[in-house]
Write a protein that binds this ligand. Structure first.
Ligand code: NCD
Length: 309
């Protein structure tokens, strides 16, 4: 498979993850600087193809493309010919005939980005495929954590909530483990994967999960992927698995809090934790633009070191 695709964290080795993080760190200075314009991708076209809703991911891919000088076209399923019965592959082939250089795709079906990559000639970047992978989220989580914890070697990160239906949990735990962290998953039985994930601990008790944790990542309950309710009430969920000042006290002193967003205040996270000084939620958003700049450069074969082999 063409190496410039980014379909998931699974195929990436530690060195490649570190290369993307290194570039993102440098590119973030452009984002923070007075003139947000480069011409690395001038003359290139990026299509953002979103079959599922998104705020952070879609806007940050668009912003990343524009800062790098590419033309970004945003497509979303609502208002498209999908409602007229066009198939997924016909939509892809139609857009490909317009000769984009990079296709960023979010879709509710696991494997959709891989399918697109097999059929299309341009580079494909997965912006979330069902409950499978969300690689740019994992990379931005890693960047954010490294900013605050330094090297992730030997660090302990708890991922709490609806793990079973979360592409973020899958990609982020793979990524953090490749960078040397220990990952513990926590949630009610109905929200943890039925089969063990290699090398990852799973517990049902939040206190146990947070013990000695350097960081905790809260997840949104993926109601759009679940038919039935997986717990008796939001209040009960919040009591046992929500991040509050009371429960966060079980983690290491100074442990940081992440959430991919969108957050449901009062369910998986209390407002005073989401807005508190240990929360890195908005830092994650900034990291997201930098990571997507690096990933788009990589997709175009222009990431630092690309020319050296
Ligand atoms: C996540 C997603 O869409 O997978 N959001 C995001 O990309 N920031 C998580 C979620 O929707 O809960």
């Amino acid at each position: 498979m063409e190496p410039r695709h980014l379909l998931g964290i699974e195929p990436l080795e530690r060195g490649e993850i570190e290369r993307i993080l290194r570039s993102a760190r440098a590119l973030r200075e452009v984002l923070r600087g007075p003139s947000k314009k480069r011409d690395d991708l001038r003359g290139k076209t990026v299509i953002n193809l979103f079959f599922e809703n998104s705020t952070r991911t879609r806007v940050s891919f668009e912003m990343a493309a524009k800062i790098l000088g590419a033309d970004a076209i945003n497509w979303s399923a609502s208002g498209s010919s999908q409602s007229k019965g066009e198939t997924f592959l016909d939509t892809l082939r139609t857009l490909e005939a317009m000769r984009p250089d990079v296709l960023v795709i979010r879709h509710g079906a696991s494997g959709s980005a891989g399918l697109a990559a097999r059929h299309l000639g341009c580079a494909v970047v997965n912006a979330g495929d069902g409950a499978h992978e969300h690689p740019t989220q994992a990379l931005l989580d890693a960047l954010t954590l490294e900013d605050h914890l330094g090297s992730l070697d030997g660090k302990r990160v708890a991922i709490v909530g609806d793990v079973a239906h979360s592409r973020v949990a899958r990609s982020t735990s793979l990524c953090l483990r490749r960078l040397g962290a220990t990952v513990v998953l926590c949630g009610p039985k109905t929200m943890l994967p039925s089969a063990a994930w290699e090398g990852v601990e799973m517990v049902h008790d939040l206190r146990q999960a947070l013990g000695e944790a350097d960081a905790v990542i809260a997840l949104r309950i993926q109601t759009e992927r679940i038919g039935e309710s997986l717990f008796p009430s939001a209040r009960e969920y919040a009591r046992f698995f929500g991040l509050s000042r009371r429960t966060l006290a079980w983690a290491k002193e100074g442990a940081v809090v992440l959430h991919p967003g969108p957050i449901n205040r009062g369910v998986e996270i209390e407002p005073d934790v989401a807005d508190g000084d240990r929360s890195l939620i908005l830092h994650q958003v900034e990291s997201g633009v930098a990571i997507r700049m690096a990933v788009l450069l990589r997709a175009a074969g222009k990431l630092e070191e690309d020319s050296h082999g």
